[in-house]
Design a protein around this ligand. Structure first.
Ligand code: S3P
Length: 425
């Protein structure tokens, strides 16, 4: 598919619902007593995988245009799936389900697409086994033999909300306390949502403590727009001259706003307005205007706060004057594809001065770039980041597989192109 270049980007975008929050709303709603109505749910391939898995375990879930209704059956209401649960491309579905399935009174199997079968599950299955779980394999397909679990105290070797959440979910079922120490703070949607549903869960800095929880109470959930999807427009508005974009109703949970901090440090003109709280999550509108960017160093504790945004931040770095160094980001290697290699290989095609490192990359930006025939590796965030980068390339650019945006943002291209219609070119 050819990427259409827009001359300037002006107008208002409402990005789709947060992927992390959407997955959790369905999962926790299924385990709650009563009915959970979810508005703003992200109807993308990944979140539909979560819905399908819970339907396969006997949970009734209704979908209308505006609302997803989950008829929860309580902590012990899931039934043994008839077939292997299929999680598609979704790491969140696969890893979080490990924590739930490990504690069920039935055995189950789980697998996903070619990408998911290459992603490490040992980071979840190993700590779960310390709790008494019995899960065969460290890669999908996984065979899970449900067992009674006991709480553990665990020091996480990687900052991962998926691992943390799997342990929290297992901890709800386990005997005694489960105490999890994070090495860096990762997204905390699980802790916020479960606490609001009445779970025995407390957070103190980098430590989460979970106690046995026999019931969760259903509550209506309004899912904020996904800052990981807003990220493409934040960078777009910053790098395309004569642009001003307002992105409405974006979740600005502080565990997710690393992109705003980094882009602001790079010199982007970003304003946060209409800050409010919506079902326990911070939400706001974001206004971004074009500005001249400069290179920065991105490392350490901020990395988990912007891990999914690094491909599009790399695009901003290619346009920015000077050097950007991204380090401490080895986690990029185990995302939907090896994103360190994917970014480097694709950026080199445009003539960008980029060097791959063991835990990140070094980009010397601000030089002219040319269009290219891009490969997405079936990775939604690569596709959208390359579409943003291509806007400033000389000549034509194409994507080999634009459909992979359906994983998290089915309307991405129509939203992108709508911004040129508002521009008085
Ligand atoms: C997610 C956590 C992150 C993120 C992923 C969604 C979540 O993964 O990259 O897109 O919803 O918990 P890790 O937990 O592996 O860092």
């Amino acid at each position: 598919m050819e990427i259409i270049k827009i001359k300037s980007a002006n107008g208002v975008v409402t990005v789709p619902g947060d992927k992390s929050v959407s997955h959790r709303a369905v999962m926790f709603g299924a385990l709650a007593d009563g009915v959970t109505r979810i508005s703003g749910f992200l109807k993308s391939a990944d979140c539909i995988s979560t819905i399908n898995c819970f339907r396969d375990m006997g949970i009734e879930i209704k979908m209308t245009d505006d609302v997803i209704t989950v008829y929860g059956k309580g902590m012990n209401g899931l039934t043994k799936p008839k077939n292997t649960l299929y999680t598609g491309n979704s790491g969140t579905t696969t890893r979080l389900l490990c924590g739930i399935l490990a504690a069920q009174p039935f055995d189950s199997e789980m697998t996903g697409d070619a990408s998911i079968c290459k992603r490490p599950m040992g980071r979840v299955t190993k700590p779960l086994s310390l709790m008494g779980a019995d899960i065969e394999n460290e890669y999908c397909p996984l065979r899970i033999h449900g067992k009674p679990l006991s709480g553990i105290e665990y020091d996480m070797p990687v900052a991962s909300a998926q691992v943390k959440t799997a342990l929290i979910l297992a901890g709800l079922y386990a005997d005694g306390k489960t105490i999890i120490h994070e090495c860096e703070k990762s997204r905390d949607h699980t802790e916020l949502m479960l606490a609001a549903m009445g779970a025995d869960i407390k957070t103190d800095g980098l430590t989460v403590t979970v106690g046995t929880t026999s019931s969760l109470s259903a509550r209506d959930i309004s899912v904020p727009g996904d800052i990981s999807s807003a990220a493409f427009f934040i960078v777009l508005g910053a790098i395309i001259p004569n642009s001003e974009i307002t992105i409405k109703n974006v979740g600005i949970n502080p565990t997710r706003t690393g992109i705003i901090d980094v882009l602001s440090e790079m010199g982007a003109d970003i304003k946060i307005i209409n800050e409010r709280i919506s079902t326990g999550e911070q939400v706001a509108d974001i206004i971004v205007k074009s500005s001249r960017l400069k290179g920065v160093t991105i490392s350490g504790a901020i990395i988990p706060r912007l891990i999914d945004e690094l491909p599009v931040i790399a695009a901003a770095a290619a346009i920015a004057d000077g050097q950007t160094i991204i380090k401490d980001a080895a986690e990029l290697k185990v995302k939907e594809t090896n994103r360190i290699k994917a970014i480097t290989d694709e950026f080199l095609k445009c003539g960008i001065d980029i060097t791959e490192t063991d835990d990140g990359m070094i980009i010397n930006g601000g030089k002219p770039i040319c269009g290219a025939e891009f490969t997405t590796y079936g990775d939604h965030r690569m596709a959208m980041s390359l579409a943003v980068l291509a806007q400033l390339a000389d000549g034509t650019s194409t994507l080999d597989d634009a459909d992979c945006v359906n994983i998290s943002y089915p309307d991405f291209f129509s939203d992108l192109y709508s911004l040129s219609l508002n521009s008085s070119l």
